[in-house]
Structures are given as structure tokens and as C-alpha cells.
Design a protein around this ligand. Structure first.
Ligand SMILES: Cc1cc2nc3c(=O)[nH]c(=O)nc-3n(C[C@H](O)[C@H](O)[C@H](O)COP(=O)(O)OP(=O)(O)OC[C@H]3O[C@@H](n4cnc5c(N)ncnc54)[C@H](O)[C@@H]3O)c2cc1C
Length: 445
């Protein structure tokens, strides 16, 4: 018997690892593990856990429609695998690769545990189009700047075309027809029910989850609308990409014909995953080590005001309240709030990174870390420290009627809203320039 282990790929269709497991013959039992190591560190009210629970429930139903089922465990992965090994006569385990450091350590431990009994462990690329080693500079080594990365990404993507639906498609974007082989599922319902949220210590909240389907017109006009936070001008698919409830290949294929700017945004995901794979040290510190020398102010009161959306900078406050209330924030505004925190307030980017990690429904270590290091100027393809976002001109350019601000900051325009920002632009900019410049000069000797 074979097991397919779902993680960041909570779907049946176009699933690389599932396809290979089923195609190998089966019978295949799909499983999911609610990881105690991760869940025990989260607050009892967490929209992501609810989203995952709902998605796992839907996945189990989808398998049942095909005569199989999903077995769901709750525990420490290694302990769960020890039990699985005892219970089933296993030949192989299939899964899709996860590139986060914790996941890599976990998977290696599971692989070794299975190997003790001669059980094979097969893992595949599924959540990104290219792994870091597949898009390398001409002289070797990973790209650290997005634009040349994108050019090479595109060249490689177009270098191998295969027939598809009467035309041609890149080999790298073609779907894996997992559905075709569902007859190889282990037949019958599993007797164990899915652990409830309450059993795992979580509250049954009802997060507002964006749809998996995006109207074509949003993608078609994406390059014109994507920077305007007051309208629905982006796909809002990030939570689905994060948990694999949609296929990246499917969305990239569609983007190819509709809007290149959109495709390029999808490639940012691959780019930041590439950085995390090639430079795992970015998890703990700046990509450019000299930025470790910045003497952050780290004023806790100011950090609290930023978190709560009470800085007196309307677009920053609107963004933080959107995050706190909905678990999502528009990309343009993510850049503005991150710049305000790291430049105007001189607060360590890791504080902001950590707050986003707690609150974002689409939280993804690689993209979040990349976004924060970019904003603070210390990342790979970074905004240089001396380019400091002017929140007033950003407001004028992207939300001139204050539509977005008014949607999230109800007291804006009344005496209840602060008359002055915590740190005003001109003064904050000059302080940031001075502090960054001096610290970097000293660090560079
Ligand atoms: C400080 C900061 C932190 C961020 N943290 C995260 C995070 O934790 N998780 C996350 O998925 N994205 C993160 N982003 C990237 C980006 O803001 C979100 O992916 C985007 O806002 C999600 O909304 P959307 O699905 O409507 O995106 P769209 O604009 O519709 O883009 C489509 C998809 O492309 C990908 N994408 C777009 N822009 C980026 C980008 N700059 N970097 C990486 N992928 C991108 C996402 O998967 C997104 O869903 C962060 C950006 C910044 C500046």
C-alpha cells in the first residue's frame, strides 16, 4: 500500500505528487496531519487553522465522491508516522516538497524513519513552477535580483513546449491529471473522523475567505488596477496559493494568455522561494549582513500604535486595520506600512515580519520575509535605504479620494482621529537617512 501525504497542496486536481502516487498503481491512502508542533504555538482564535480545517474537510468529501477517503491525524508528525508504520503494510510514501526550514527537517526525519523499514519516500515539486536550482545564472548560482531572474525564468519556461488541448504549452505548466487515476485510491471510508477544531483547542470562527475563481476582467486589467487599494483590482488568491487549494500551474497558464504583469507577480513567489531555498539564513537575519548594525529605536508604544492602526498616518492605519479585521492587506499598502515601520519609526523589520506572520491568512515565510527585507533595504533585491516611501504622495497617487482610508478608518475626518502622525515624513525621513547611513558606513568600515 501507498500513502500520499497532503501538506501545502489541499486539492485533488493537478497535484504533482498525488498524480505520481496514484499512477504508480496504489492502492493509495491520502492523509493529512494537523501538526501539534505548529498548532500548539498559535492562539485559540486563528483564521488560518479554520481555513485549513475547512479545506481538509472539503478534500475528504472530494475523495469520498470517488470511493476513497482522507485519513486525518492530529499529533507530532514523527509520532504519527511511527503509528502509521505499525498499522499499515507500507511500500511507499509520496508527498510534495515544502521548502521552509522546519518542514525540511521534519521531512528528513520522516524519510529516515520510513527507511528503517525499507519504505520509500518520494517527494515532488508542486507549489512553485521552478525550484532554485532550475533557474540559475549563466555562470551558476542563484539569482538575487528579480528582473534577470524573471527573464531567465521565462526563457526556461518557454524552452520546452509540449502539445496541450489542440495547441502547445510549456512542459513546466502542464497539468498533472491526478483525477484520471482516482480509481487507484484505497476504497472505503476511514473509520476515524476528522479531529474537530474544539478538540485541537481552536474556536469555530468564520473567516471571510476570498473565492478561488477570479473574474477574467480583473486579471485582464490587473496592470491598471493592481495598485489601487480602494477597489478589487488584484486576484486575492494568495491564501489559496499558500495552502495549495489551487494549482500554480493552472493559474500561470491562464495568466500567460491574459496579462503578463499578473504572471510576473506569480513569479515573485518563485523568486522569494528561490531566495529561501538558496539562502536559508534570511530566516534569522538580513540578507545584507551589514544591516544588522542599524540601531533600531524599537519604541514599544509606537509599535503598538502601528499594530493597532493608530499612527495618525491614514493609509498606514487603514492597512493595519484591514489586516487586523480581514487577515489580508493590499500589496501596495503592505509596502507602505512596512516602509513606515522600518524607516519613519525605525523599528526592526523582524517585529513587523512577526506581526504579519501572526495576522496574515496568506502568511508565507518566503514571501513575507522577502517583502520585509525589501522594505527595510536589507534584502536581496532591495529598495535602497535612501529611497523612503513618502506616505503623503502614496496617498495622493493611489487613494486620492481617501476611499480606502474611509473604508477601514471610520473615525477618519472626525476629531477622534489624531491630528498629527506619530512621526512626520520629513523629520522621519531625515532621521532614517542619517541613522542608516552612519550605521552602514561603520559596518562597512
Ligand atoms: C511586507 C510584505 C509582506 C508580504 N507578505 C506576504 C505573505 O506572507 N504571503 C504572501 O503570499 N505574500 C506576501 N506579500 C506579497 C503580496 O503583498 C501578496 O502576495 C499579495 O498582496 C496577495 O494578494 P493577491 O493574491 O490579491 O495578489 P495579486 O496581486 O493578485 O498577485 C497574485 C499572486 O502573486 C503572488 N505575489 C504577488 N506579489 C507578490 C510579492 N511581492 N511577493 C511574493 N508573491 C507575490 C501571490 O501569490 C499573489 O497571490 C508581502 C508583501 C510585502 C510588501
Amino acid at each position: 500500500m501507498t500513502i500520499f501525504w497532503h501538506r501545502r497542496d489541499l486539492r485533488i486536481s493537478d497535484n504533482a505528487g498525488l498524480y505520481r502516487a496514484l499512477k504508480a498503481g496504489g492502492p493509495v491512502l491520502p492523509i493529512f496531519i494537523f501538526d501539534y508542533e505548529i498548532l500548539s504555538k498559535l492562539p485559540s482564535e486563528d483564521a488560518r487553522v479554520v481555513f485549513i480545517h475547512d479545506s481538509v474537510t472539503a478534500l475528504a468529501e472530494a475523495y469520498r465522491e470517488h470511493g476513497g477517503d482522507l485519513r486525518v491525524f492530529y499529533g507530532k508528525p514523527l509520532n504519527v508516522w511511527q503509528d502509521i508504520k505499525k498499522e499499515y503494510d507500507l511500500a511507499a510514501v509520496y508527498t510534495n516538497r515544502d521548502y521552509e526550514p522546519y518542514a525540511k527537517v521534519r521531512d528528513l526525519a520522516v524519510k529516515e524513519l520510513l527507511a528503517e523499514d525499507g519504505i520509500e519516500f518520494h517527494d515532488y515539486k508542486d507549489q512553485i513552477i521552478f525550484e532554485s536550482h532550475e533557474v540559475q545564472k549563466n555562470d551558476g548560482g542563484p539569482y538575487t535580483v528579480y528582473t534577470p531572474y524573471w527573464r531567465k525564468w521565462r526563457t526556461i519556461m518557454e524552452s520546452r513546449m509540449v502539445p496541450f488541448e489542440g495547441g502547445e504549452i510549456s512542459y513546466y505548466l502542464k497539468p498533472y491529471p491526478s483525477e484520471k487515476y482516482l480509481k487507484n485510491l484505497l476504497q472505503g471510508k476511514v473509520k476515524e473522523s476528522i479531529p474537530t477544531l474544539a478538540e485541537m483547542g481552536f474556536k469555530e470562527i468564520q473567516p471571510d475567505i476570498p473565492s478561488k475563481e477570479v473574474p477574467r476582467k480583473i486579471i485582464r486589467s490587473y496592470n491598471e488596477t493592481r495598485d489601487i487599494p480602494g477597489i478589487k483590482g488584484t486576484s486575492e488568491l494568495s491564501v489559496h496559493f499558500r495552502h495549495g487549494t489551487i494549482s500554480i500551474r493552472d493559474k500561470a497558464r491562464k495568466a500567460l494568455g491574459l496579462n503578463e504583469t499578473y504572471l510576473k507577480e506569480l513569479v515573485w513567489r518563485d523568486f522569494y522561494s528561490n531566495i529561501l531555498q538558496a539562502f536559508p539564513r534570511v530566516v534569522d537575519g538580513p540578507f545584507r549582513p551589514e544591516y544588522e548594525a542599524i540601531p533600531w529605536e524599537n519604541d514599544e508604544k509606537q509599535f503598538k500604535a502601528w499594530c493597532e492602526g493608530k499612527t495618525g498616518v491614514p493609509i498606514v492605519d487603514a492597512g493595519m486595520r484591514q489586516l487586523n479585521e480581514s487577515g489580508w492587506m493590499h500589496n501596495r499598502v503592505r509596502m507602505i506600512v512596512a516602509s513606515y515601520l522600518t524607516k519613519h519609526l525605525l523599528i526592526d523589520w523582524r517585529w513587523g515580519e512577526g506581526y504579519f506572520a501572526e495576522k496574515l491568512l496568506d502568511y508565507d515565510l518566503a514571501s513575507n520575509n522577502g517583502g520585509w527585507q525589501w522594505a527595510a533595504g536589507c534584502g536581496t533585491d532591495a529598495q535602497p535605504y535612501f529611497r523612503i516611501f513618502n506616505y503623503e504622495s502614496q496617498q495622493k497617487k493611489f487613494d486620492p479620494e481617501y476611499k480606502y482610508v474611509k473604508e477601514w478608518v471610520s473615525e477618519f475626518g472626525t476629531p477622534d482621529y489624531p491630528a498629527e502622525p506619530l512621526v512626520e515624513h520629513k523629520w522621519g525621513r531625515e532621521r532614517a537617512l542619517r541613522v542608516y547611513k552612519e550605521a552602514l558606513a561603520e559596518a562597512r568600515g
